[in-house]
Design a protein around this ligand. Structure first.
Ligand SMILES: C[S@@+](CC[C@H](N)C(=O)[O-])C[C@H]1O[C@@H](n2cnc3c(N)ncnc32)[C@H](O)[C@@H]1O
Length: 498
């Protein structure tokens, strides 16, 4: 029995690179598929499983294998596998035939159907009850690794989803939202998806619907970003969700983590539901507090109550998109240029400019055409939007100080966020306090709980709560030298704020 399944797994094909990207084909590694299958805890006699975006069937075979190995086996397993790519169908059929043989040996009735269609197009009418005679959802289990792809607001996919009452800008959340509609009450979902849905305003409609319809049971994160697999060009952290269709909120959720290697240990803890989704959070962020440090960071951050508007501050994305402003960029400052600041100018908490032998231009022509791209002289707090994978911290803040750089205007490149007061600079003490707060380990640990990718966008910074102005100013007044060690900065922040 094991040999047959092993053979099937070895037969899984790896499609060509371009096609893979187009269709979001990142096939689930077998240990991850097995782990996902192990999360189902229903004891259905009749399994009606949906495998949407089935690929070559890795997820179905993992669940069938598990059900066949149970002491009290189900009577019947029925699978509907939907896969749009016809080049995978032969493998998918052969995987499902293998599942059939496996079930036969385990004395379980088995049937499978393959739908070679776009899942969204096929499932929207199903969710409305048109495709099948019964208008009731038919599935009591779904296992999915959905394709990840942005969907344009005018695309037919977006319109189809909208017709089913689903407003979302990524295919993966579209898949999951539709699947939840197709599940019967009590039906179980296990999905591996990017972590990005856990936060961010764009995913809010998806998150609120999902949390209203589904009762979260477990969230599993991979400690290493590349451990399970990477999607798209942005390295995404992945999360496995286990949830049951039931509008009652659970008391607690299991948060587990592993490094994603086949033999890697799994650590898990039970977290109060309100520690995962705060009842007071209008954005319904999903926090993945994986350990004591994370709990601690959440507890500390929950004491801060000020929003950016309370502080009189705004945060925006740098206005200079370099490839669109190419003709105005200059390697070195000239008489008619303004400083152009990139992340490469960050140095020990302050902007050091100009940078000799920089790979990025140091200056931008300052004239009527570029005026809109520039901001006036002042002190600004800058935060990198992208951090390198190997960088220790996700939030990296630094100060642009016009006392050090004499120029009436400055350009912040689009890879930066900048904090300002109505488009102007901040008082120095407030800027230093804000930068120190943002650079503290506590903020970084907190931020990582809901931000699973390498980007720090202005919307993320707007969603944070901050200490009040007087506290930030007091902290700032204690920072006299640039280049504090992280431990020194953390000690200062702790002493001043916690
Ligand atoms: C991330 S892969 C996962 C494959 C498989 N379930 C696994 O876990 O190995 C997503 C799959 O969805 C398929 N797919 C992409 N867009 C689809 C669509 N609109 N409808 C159905 N399948 C789609 C891709 O061809 C790919 O096989």
């Amino acid at each position: 029995m094991r040999v047959a399944v092993k053979q099937l797994e070895n037969e899984l094909v790896t499609p060509g690179q371009d096609r893979r990207h187009e269709l979001g084909q990142f096939l689930t590694p077998q240990p991850v598929a097995d782990f996902m299958a192990s999360l189902f805890d229903s004891r259905w006699q009749e399994w009606n499983l949906l495998d949407a975006g089935a690929g070559t069937g890795a997820l179905s075979v993992a669940l069938v294998k598990r059900l066949c190995a149970l002491r009290y086996k189900p009577r019947n397993i029925s699978i509907m596998a939907c896969e749009v790519d016809e080049t995978l169908l032969e493998s998918l059929h052969s995987t499902l035939q293998g599942c059939g043989r496996e079930c036969e040996r385990a004395d379980i009735r088995f049937s499978a159907s393959v739908l070679n269609e776009d899942f969204i197009a096929a499932a929207v009418p199903m969710a409305g009850g048109d495709l099948f005679t019964s208008s009731q959802p038919r599935f009591n289990a779904a296992i999915v690794n959905p394709p990840y792809r942005k969907i344009r607001s005018d695309s037919s996919t977006r319109l189809l989803l909208r017709s089913a009452g689903i407003e979302t800008s990524n295919l993966y959340t579209g898949f999951v939202a539709l699947i939840t509609k197709l599940l019967a009450a009590g039906g179980e979902l296990v999905a591996i998806t990017p972590r990005s849905f856990c936060n961010g305003p764009y995913f809010k409609p998806f998150r609120t619907d999902f949390l209203e319809t589904m009762s979260l049971r477990r969230l599993h994160v991979f400690e290493s970003r590349s451990a399970a697999f990477s999607r798209d060009d942005v390295l995404q952290e992945n999360v496995i969700i286990h949830a049951v269709k039931n509008s009652a909120k659970p008391e607690s959720v299991i948060i587990s983590s592993s490094n994603g290697t086949p033999t890697g240990a799994i650590s898990e803890r039970e977290v109060n539901y309100h520690g995962v989704v705060s009842p007071n959070d209008p954005l319904q962020f999903i926090h993945l507090a994986e350990g004591e440090a994370q709990d601690n960071a959440r507890a500390i951050m929950s004491q801060f109550t000020a929003t950016l508007p309370d502080l009189g501050l705004s945060v925006s994305t740098g206005r200079v998109v370099d490839f669109r402003a190419k003709e105005f960029l200059r390697q070195n400052p000239e008489t008619d240029t303004a400083p152009l600041i990139y992340p490469c100018h960050f140095d020990d908490g302050f902007v050091h400019w100009p940078k000799e032998k920089a790979r990025k231009p140091n200056a931008i022509i300052s004239n009527e055409q570029t005026r809109e791209l520039l901001v006036p002289v002042g002190v600004y707090v800058l935060v990198k939007r992208f951090t390198a994978k190997e960088e220790r911290k996700r939030i990296v803040a630094c100060i642009y100080d016009s006392h050090q750089i004499h120029a009436p205007l400055v350009g912040f490149e689009n890879h930066l966020n900048y904090f300002h007061i109505n488009g102007h600079g901040l008082p120095m003490a407030l800027a230093k306090g804000l930068a120190a707060f943002l650079n503290s380990t506590v903020v970084d640990v907190y931020f990582r709980q809901f931000n699973g990718h390498t980007q720090v966008n202005a919307t993320d910074l707007r969603s944070l709560n901050y200490p009040v102005k007087a506290e930030l100013e007091s902290l700032g007044s204690r920072i006299s030298t640039p280049g504090l060690l992280q431990a020194e900065l953390d000690a200062l922040v702790e002493d001043e704020l916690f």
